[in-house]
Design a protein around this ligand. Sequence first.
Ligand code: SF4
Length: 123
Amino acid sequence: MNATTPPTTTAPALLARLLRQGLHVVATSGDTLQVWPANALDDDTRAAIAWHKAELIALLTGTHGPTLEAADDERSRCCDCYHLQAKGNCAMAWRGLLHDAPRWFTPVKDVLWRCHLFCGWPQ
Ligand code: SF4
């Protein structure tokens, strides 16, 4: 992939992968996006981040539009999951059950994504 070739991943999937890998992904003032440590990024991932920069910032700042808000598919939010702990970390990651995630994985709570370990609260 290069700067003119669309990545094969979507912005939410890219964000989820970066967070699972334990990278820090932060949108700061204006249209600045910071991802670190930089030495953990390969060229394709850098290009995908650049391609999806605006949407990643929107996801991180909660300014994404209604198409991402429509939870009519298999995506869910960690804030609705039984496994999200009071300290903000994921209990499944702590137990080593969330693939590629560090033990203290603290997901972005209100981003829709697919997690096979999602467990909704009992009604
Ligand atoms: S199990 Fe999945 S959905 Fe639940 S808190 Fe952990 S990462 Fe989020």
